[in-house]
Ligand binder design. Structure first.
Ligand code: ZN
Length: 171
């Protein structure tokens, strides 16, 4: 297992739509392990393929008190309700915003062993799923904000990223 590098916003392929897998091959179980290890290393609750530079429809999630899980070629079959809640993103570290999401979703896809899965998620789990699914569509959470908040958050991120680059240079 290995911790992968995280792609930072707005680097490729974060703004591109990810491609579906034609089949679930055994190497995807290893990929899922790496993604889960990477998500934990960065203390995230979700991680999508594009965030490790992979333009593919796969994500992992870990809601508190549950086992981490991997979903390949996910589809959101149903969305219901709306609520605002705080979100961050491993590709936009240290930036947080109140993001509107459906309160309940129904998801279908495959797990990392190729088994078909379909389940309902609510609240925080539903939020993680919508955030990670967005990554597969080339959408990052600032895109879900009203324009003024989005601009404010993107400016905040540009500054943070510039500071990070400066810290690395002067090290
Ligand atoms: Zn994210």
């Amino acid at each position: 297992m290995a911790v992968r590098n995280i792609v930072l916003y707005p680097d490729a392929p974060l703004l591109q739509r990810a491609r579906a897998y034609d089949e679930v091959t055994p190497d995807l179980a290893l990929l899922a392990e790496d993604m889960i290890e990477t998500m934990h290393a960065y203390e995230g609750v979700g991680l999508a393929g594009p965030q490790i530079g992979l333009q593919r429809r796969i994500f992992v999630m870990h809601e508190p008190e549950r086992e981490p899980r991997c979903i390949i070629n996910p589809e959101i079959l149903d969305r219901e309700g709306e609520e605002y809640g705080e979100e961050g993103c491993l590709s936009i570290p240290r930036v947080y915003a109140q993001v509107p999401r459906a309160t309940r979703v129904v998801v279908r896809g495959f797990d990392e062993r190729g088994k078909k899965v379909e389940f309902e998620a609510r609240g925080f789990a539903a939020r993680i799923i919508q955030h990670e699914y967005d990554h597969l569509e080339g959408i990052c959470f600032p895109d879900r904000l009203d324009i003024l908040t989005r601009e404010e958050k993107l400016r905040e991120w540009e500054q943070l990223r510039a500071d990070m680059a400066e810290a690395i240079r002067s090290h």
